[in-house]
Ligand binder design. Sequence first.
Ligand code: SAM
Length: 167
Amino acid sequence: MKDKLIKKIINVFKRKTTYGELTFKGVNELIQALDIKDDYNGVFLDIGSGYGKTVIAIKEMFAKSKCYGIEIIKERVEIANKLKWSTKVDFIEGDLRDNKKIIQKANIIYTNSLMFSKEDMEFIINNNKGILIHNNHNFKSNEKIRLTCSWSSRKQNFYKINTNTNR
Ligand SMILES: C[S@@+](CC[C@H](N)C(=O)[O-])C[C@H]1O[C@@H](n2cnc3c(N)ncnc32)[C@H](O)[C@@H]1O
């Protein structure tokens, strides 16, 4: 049973798709850039959480935090739920625009949102009062963060926005 599951997961990762994600090195870079303290007990949200690695890694490192992912592709949510084992994180299947409440609740939002529409980004920014880290070129800010992603050995540009002040 376990072997079958592992094979299924490996096959999903091998499949040629345009899927990209933050690496574990990138997760550490994110933590350092935001200076997240060991006792962080806030609400962390990954919008477009994919296979859930970032959400799981944050929860494993910050036990007191509440961690969520929103992901529109059902198959990715299913894999994320299998990968998390006993880690207490919640993956919500659906469109980000149907999940206003959780966006409002989050005090750190990370989103690998290069391909998100302007309207999606505006929806996130207008419904949150916290810190948003994103890589959507339509919403560049002065605070640039360089993070390692799976699709390149070169770090990628992300931007930090305080959604309370839009700066
Ligand atoms: C580049 S992947 C990011 C994976 C993960 N967040 C990471 O960085 O490690 C972007 C994900 O966003 C999801 N996505 C795209 N549009 C979405 C939407 N409107 N609502 C929720 N998820 C969405 C895609 O299915 C994809 O899995």
